[in-house]
Ligand binder design. Structure first.
Ligand code: ZN
Ligand code: ZN
Length: 607
């Protein structure tokens, strides 16, 4: 089972990979010393003052958000559970105002590139945190924000200290659970229906963290009798607090199902634009990006139809093509999907491709790769299984030097029918695109570069649109460079994959702002974007539970492409693709417009 997303991760909207529903890789840092990534002249004293202030802010941040800290691998405040009441929210607002004032006193023109991009992330984070509390107010209508389990689960699983010590931390932390859920009930007004259903489901799942196996662990531990008795009392209180919260939510659900007085899960145009502004951080409104996605969809349909018509006689020598363009494309895509690995060979095929991708990148001079940081391909460990096909597991900011893993779903344990449907979806063509996206030169490569200008701030506040946008950009860039020898089959499958990214943007905007219903959403995905029904149904659910995040892939991708074209124009004959990529990645996971500003500034210095 997938662990519940911690409330704070929801609050901050941690980016998730479209195809895997797990937190996106975030760069790990190894130090906090400022290092000028772009080499712009900087005033050392301003940079030092900035560095000290941002370190102080992170320390205070972890005191205020200890659950978030645990998920970043920082355990010093792990025994504390913050009770989400009005007083707590006031403290968060005071924190925001205090640090906004202090950062306001720093002269940003004196900062180096790394520090000034950190500063823009910090300012955005402070504004956004305030907005979440004063405007968005998810704490009033999203009961799924309240769930204590995932942080407790990390404390049990992460091997950061001996078990006895972790059990003591666990025990102290449990003491606040009844107050936590009491505050949750008090904070909630009228919930939205999908969030209410999710809260019931995930809090039922939460009970598994506090089951009998925990009692066995305690019994076998070195805690003394008094500590054990106290632990068990707190454990009982924790279980009943969770059960009471579930009962409270079920009562609300019964009542709201009858009265139909649910809050609309659609947040509407104003909140959507604001959330887009804070979360995506590109120089475009959500409405403008939506218009752009509509144009892109039309363009992709055009390209796909051309390829499908070209491939038709080869794949259907005895069949007349249907009149409908979308039907022709769908038929060819279906045929291509039959080209796939077996459940026994899937992981080996993925593994084999990684060095091939690296070799291609090097031979075509697209980027320099660091051979000292190998990527370890492994079967997804049991506790992480459930949703992701493939994902990058990078060491956290406080976990220096750990391996980076490429987790691949264990296909061997799937039933035959399930395996067939999975293998068709991740067929031989799509598997290559997936490996480009996740590994080389996508997420994994971006991460290696981000770690060269270590920044704790970018590691914890990094921009999701830049991270996802880079991985989506990498797919296209590789194919443009001739990966796959311009095979029309690979391009057609790539367009289908890319169309999904574009459709995510259209879907999210049309649901949240324009109010379309499930039927229209399904048509958009199944008919216009060639998605499987099961996949589309899952996406509909996700789009009712989150807002804006689904646009991050296309937003970042479109912005990076536009920046590349702008740099080409600026540099003319001197434009070099490899230099562009390396410079772009050297600033870490900052918003694309911030990187753009730094790149243009450097051009001015040169000329
Ligand atoms: Zn991704
Ligand atoms: Zn098959």
């Amino acid at each position: 089972m997938k662990p519940a997303i911690p409330a704070l991760a929801v609050l901050l909207g941690l980016a998730a990979c479209d195809h895997q529903n797990t937190p996106s890789p975030r760069p790990a840092n190894t130090a906090t010393t400022p290092e000028s990534a772009a080499g712009t002249p900087a005033d050392a004293s301003d940079s030092v003052a900035f560095q000290q202030l941002s370190e102080r802010m992170v320390e205070d941040l972890w005191q205020l958000f200890p659950s978030w800290a645990v998920h970043e691998g920082y355990y010093a405040a792990a025994d504390r559970l913050q009770v989400p009441d009005d007083a707590y929210r006031e403290r968060v607002l005071a924190f925001v105002r205090d640090y906004r004032r202090q950062f306001g006193e720093i002269d940003s023109s004196g900062l180096d590139a790394n520090a000034s991009s950190d500063l823009s992330l910090i300012r955005n984070f402070l504004d956004r945190t305030e907005w979440e509390i004063t405007e968005f107010r998810g704490y009033q209508w999203n009961p799924a924000q309240y769930n204590v389990s995932s942080t407790f689960a990390v404390i049990l699983k992460a091997d950061y200290a001996p078990l006895d010590e972790r059990l003591r931390t666990f025990s102290t932390r449990m003491a606040k659970v009844p107050d936590y859920y009491a505050a949750a009930e008090q904070s909630l007004g009228t919930p939205a229906a999908p969030q209410l259903a999710l809260a019931i489901q995930q809090n039922e799942g939460a009970l598994s963290v506090f089951d009998e196996s925990l009692e066995q662990k305690l019994a076998g531990s070195g805690l003394d009798a008094g500590e054990k008795a106290q632990f068990n009392r707190r454990l009982e209180a924790t279980r009943s607090a969770i059960r009471n919260y579930i009962a409270f939510l079920q009562d609300r659900q019964k009542e709201l199902d009858e009265t139909r007085q649910y809050r609309d899960f659609r947040i509407g145009e104003k909140l959507y634009e604001e959330k887009f502004h804070y979360e995506i951080q590109i120089d475009m409104t959500a409405e403008q990006l939506y218009q752009r996605a509509l144009q892109e969809k039309a363009r992709l349909h055009e390209q796909m139809a051309g390829l499908a018509d070209k491939l038709w006689p080869e794949y259907f020598p005895n069949r007349q093509p249907p009149q409908d363009r979308l039907e022709r494309i769908a038929a060819v895509l279906e045929k291509l999907s039959l080209h796939h690995a077996t459940k026994e060979t899937f992981k080996a095929e993925v593994e084999k491709q990684i060095p091939e991708l690296a070799e291609f990148v090097t031979r075509h001079d697209l980027l320099s790769l660091d051979p000292g940081k190998p990527l370890v391909v492994r079967t997804t460990p049991p506790y992480m299984r459930g949703f992701s096909v493939a994902s990058i597991n990078a060491p956290g900011p406080y976990d220096k030097g750990a391996n980076t893993y490429y987790n691949v779903m264990p296909t061997g344990e799937l039933g035959d029918e399930q395996a067939e449907s999975f293998l068709r979806e991740y067929n031989s063509y799509l598997m290559q695109i997936l490996n480009i996206h996740e590994a080389i030169p996508g997420h994994y490569t971006q991460l290696v570069y981000a770690n060269r200008s270590p920044s704790l701030i970018k590691s914890i506040l990094g921009n999701g649109a830049m991270i996802e946008g880079w991985a989506v950009y990498a797919e296209r860039m590789m194919l443009e460079a001739g990966y796959g020898d311009f095979s029309p089959e690979l391009w057609l499958m790539y367009y289908k994959w890319n169309l999904r990214t574009v459709t995510n943007t259209i879907l999210d905007y049309e649901i949240q702002v324009k109010g379309i219903d499930e039927d229209r959403a399904m048509e958009l995905m199944v008919k216009d974007a060639f998605q499987q029904k099961a996949e589309a149904a899952g996406k509909w659910r996700r789009a009712t539970l989150s807002q804006v995040q689904l646009t991050s892939y296309f937003a970042g991708y479109a912005d990076i492409l536009a920046l590349r074209e702008e740099m080409k124009e600026q540099l003319g004959e001197n434009f070099d693709l490899k230099a562009f990529h390396e410079q772009f990645l050297s600033y870490g996971s900052a918003p694309v417009p911030v990187i753009r500003g730094l790149m243009l500034e450097k051009l001015d210095v040169k000329s």
